[in-house]
Design a protein around this ligand. Structure first.
Ligand code: WTA
Length: 662
């Protein structure tokens, strides 16, 4: 067992376990190789980790910065890399997914079976008129067909746009419209918290004409999961199983250029309109395979890997689908919630499948902490070797609990920092190399260049007391190639802040400790991070003001012990709005309204009815002051307020109106 050591700054660190270090995929030489020649390093990764139809001779073309081209003269197919080549190499019998349904049903899919399904699905899409370059929206719960659907799109070169199945009909329509998707792949429903939850009605609602305008969608493929009643639009709707049955069994993958779009994935920005983050094929896949293999110390012959994310988020794209399949991994995929039917469901699954690598979010870990370690101690989790964390900063207490209780006081915990925009992990320890420091994401991966800088772009050295901004100083293969249909927004959001230096602005605060390790400090823009989900304050504000009772709304993210941040809304009601006895009715109505407009994940934790909002003389809402109120702090400097008495009025009005949670 590894003994924790105390470093010079009185911070406990955990050196790699000796057995893991001696057989580790990644060694310290990786850092040296990448530092010596970064582009040659990435060239080697691309060539070794992927199978190309045409090997690229160029690595990076940055001449049209900030639009990068990686491996641009290479050609390949993503699905063939994820599936066909493993089958061709004689590994068709290896399990790709042990899928576990919430009610307890299971599906085991080998690489050969996946190959057969993806080929049929690719033909089915083609039969429905989907062509290379067309966008396909995927709105599916965590069913095995979700993976098949993504790979089928990739196989025909039709970029997928996966929309989290917890999003509302309206959110789906916004995304379908923005991407001009020609088809939607969905299901009748899925199982969630022990109940079948319908999904198809949301698709039907989303595809209704909006403001008299028809949607761009011509075909809807429906996976049968819950077998409930579904409304059917003849000519447009098709059952997935019937379409696959009718389709030809073999399909030749479409060889695309490395820069061919692989997918668009929408994420919240600091305005109300979600951004379609564009990822292309060769570079993204290189980084997906490289990071998955090295960060999780992946040994495909023996590992059983499980990422607890949803395919609706980038973590699901890169670390459930592309990374693991590229590496020929055997994975677990779980449909439901961690407490259905019992709160130890995850640990039953880990024990049953002998899971060796587990990847989840701090919010989930903190939920398990709340539920108590007794639920874990009844299970044999000795198979676990590496634990990963993603989505938000992990507090040292949760990190230590994760390692001690889940990791049997033995496994490394890698805290991985990255974003939808980066495509893959950027900052993380390597489990066989790095001594771990709870709470810090630590070091950029080999091949990745980051700095922490101040407002003027001056690099903050190791040990600098104050906080700065995290920037990425060199392009990387998995980087976004733009925002779908909005070149200007791409430049503005990421490249204008440090335009002179040519750095990518991540939107995260950070500091570097005396060892040079990076500590992430949360978003510096109007984006909240709730349970690892990015939600913009403006998006929730727009949803609130779309309710007939609301005159004005301001939303802030307040720190929350379980979810990282919780959404707190301050609303001014219209004169004639019904208020209920104590504001509770209206709070509930507004919370439900936001859930319907956006998603239950965007539901405010609290809604506070106020008579005024703090604004600057130019009319800008001072969210900083509202955050002080939401977090029960002394309200900060109010001198820039147009009316300095507003905060006192708000605080007085809020006395006794707390606890509008339900
Ligand atoms: C935050 C999720 C601290 C960060 C992969 C980032 C983190 C945003 C970490 C991206 C981490 C993600 N430590 N913060 N290990 N991982 N974040 O696009 O604010 O859903 O900018 O991608 O989550 O969220 P996204």
């Amino acid at each position: 067992m590894t003994q924790p050591a105390t470093d010079s700054h009185d911070q406990t660190t955990y050196p790699p376990p000796a057995d893991l270090a001696s057989g580790a995929v990644a060694t310290a030489e990786l850092y040296e190789e990448a530092a010596a020649d970064r582009l040659a390093f990435w060239g080697r990764q691309a060539s070794e980790l992927l199978t190309w139809d045409v090997e690229p001779t160029e690595v990076l073309d940055w001449s049209a910065a900030p639009f990068a081209r990686w491996f641009a003269d290479g050609r390949l197919n993503a699905a063939a890399n994820c599936v066909d080549r493993h089958v061709a190499a004689g590994r068709g019998d290896r399990v790709a997914f042990h899928w576990v349904g919430e009610p307890g049903d299971t599906v085991t899919t080998t690489y050969a079976e996946l190959h057969a399904q993806v080929q049929r699905a690719a033909n089915a899409l083609t039969d429905l008129g989907v062509r290379t370059g067309d966008r396909v929206a995927i709105y599916l719960p965590m069913v095995p067909e979700a993976v098949v659907a993504m790979l089928a799109c990739a196989r025909i070169g039709a970029p997928h746009s996966v929309v989290f199945s917890g999003f509302s009909a309206q959110a789906l329509r916004d995304r379908v419209d923005d991407a001009r998707a020609v088809a939607v792949i969905t299901s009748d429903g899925g199982y969630r918290r022990g109940e079948p939850a319908p999904l198809k009605p949301a698709v039907d609602a989303a595809l209704e004409p909006r403001d008299g305008v028809e949607s761009t969608v011509r075909a809807v493929l429906v996976v049968q999961r819950t077998k409930g009643e579904v409304a059917w639009t003849e000519g447009r709707d098709h059952w997935w199983h019937e379409a696959l049955e009718a389709a030809a069994p073999t399909h030749e993958p479409v060889s695309v250029e490395a820069e061919h779009p692989l997918f668009v994935l929408y994420t919240s920005g600091s305005t109300g309109k979600p951004k379609g983050i564009l990822h292309t094929t060769g570079g993204y896949l290189t980084q997906a395979a490289y990071t998955h293999r090295n960060v999780f110390d992946l040994h495909p012959e023996t590992d059983v890997y499980w990422c607890g994310a949803d395919i609706g988020w980038v973590t699901g794209h890169t670390y459930i689908v592309y990374g693991p399949l590229l590496n020929g991994t055997t994975s677990v995929m779980y449909e439901g919630t961690p407490n259905t039917p019992t709160q130890d469901r995850w640990w039953q699954i880990v024990e049953q499948h002998g899971v060796t690598k587990l990847y989840t979010a701090p919010t989930t870990i903190r939920t398990f902490m709340k539920w108590g370690e007794e639920l874990v101690s009844g299970h044999d989790l000795s198979s676990l070797q590496v634990l990963g964390s993603v989505g938000e900063p992990i507090n040292p207490e949760a990190w230590t609990w994760y390692r001690r209780v889940i990791g049997s006081d033995r496994t490394p915990v890698v805290d991985t920092w990255w974003q939808t925009e980066t495509g893959g992990i950027m900052i993380s320890a390597l489990p066989g190399v790095t001594s771990l420091k709870p709470g810090s994401a630590q070091v950029p991966l080999p091949g990745i260049s980051v700095e922490v800088v101040d407002d003027e772009g001056r690099v903050l050295p190791a040990g600098h007391e104050g906080a700065g901004y995290l920037v990425l100083t060199e392009p990387w293969p998995g980087m976004l190639r733009g925002i779908w249909g909005d070149e200007e927004r791409y430049r503005d959001t990421y490249w204008s802040r440090f335009a002179k230096e040519g750095w990518y602005f991540a939107g995260d605060g950070a500091r570097r400790d005396a060892d040079g390790d990076v500590w992430l400090l949360g978003r510096v823009d109007d984006v909240m991070n709730v349970s690892g989900h990015r939600i913009s304050t403006t998006e929730v504000e727009s949803a609130l003001v779309s309710h007939p009772s609301v005159a004005e709304a301001a939303v802030v993210g307040a720190s929350d012990p379980t979810t990282g941040q919780g959404i707190v809304a301050f609303v001014i009601l219209r004169e004639n709005a019904p208020r209920g006895a104590d504001g509770q009715d209206v709070a509930k109505a507004l919370r439900d309204h936001v859930a319907r407009e956006i998603s239950p994940i965007a539901k405010p934790r609290q809604v506070m009815v106020v008579s005024e909002l703090p604004k600057t003389r130019s009319g800008k809402i001072m969210r900083r002051l509202l955050r002080d109120v939401a977090e029960d702090r002394q309200v900060g400097d109010v001198t820039t307020l147009a009316d300095s008495s507003v905060m006192a009025t708000i605080q007085a009005g809020l006395q006794g109106s707390r606890g509008s949670e339900d």
